[in-house]
Design a protein around this ligand. Structure first.
Ligand SMILES: [Zn+2]
Length: 125
């Protein structure tokens, strides 16, 4: 019989997996965002600026992980979903040259936070 995950023993981490800085549409500059989450008692922070991989150093108490937030065209071909790429190692490819917001490729490594609606156009390596 399986024990519910919230009843299992282990170490719980306080994590923010989706946060923006002034490098996209956030309100705080990257160092200020890191300081904010560290002071709030978080253990890990993923900075997910839109189409930008913001890299900030971890601190004594906060693991800072680079990520990004991409747009992925839904199956209806008309609307977009946001896809988080966590722990990427290089910058994402920008949207295509036509100016559409079709998703490009996230930087190497990492994992997607949300299942991409169109896997052909949004590969996370
Ligand atoms: Zn976002």
């Amino acid at each position: 019989m399986r024990t519910h995950v919230f009843l299992q023993k282990g170490t719980w981490l306080k994590c923010a997996l989706h946060a923006h800085t002034t490098n996209s549409d956030g309100e705080l500059a990257p160092p200020d965002l890191v300081r904010h989450y560290e002071e709030a008692g978080f253990d890990a922070l993923v900075i997910t600026d839109h189409w930008i991989r913001t890299v900030e150093p971890s601190t004594q108490g906060l693991l800072v992980i680079p990520g990004t937030e991409l747009d992925a065209l839904r199956r209806d071909g008309k609307t977009y979903a946001h896809v988080l790429a966590l722990g990427i190692e290089s910058d994402p490819e920008p949207p295509d040259a036509t100016g559409s917001r079709a998703a490009g490729h996230a930087g190497g490594g990492g994992a997607s936070g949300v299942g991409p609606p169109r896997r052909r156009k949004c590969r996370i390596r």
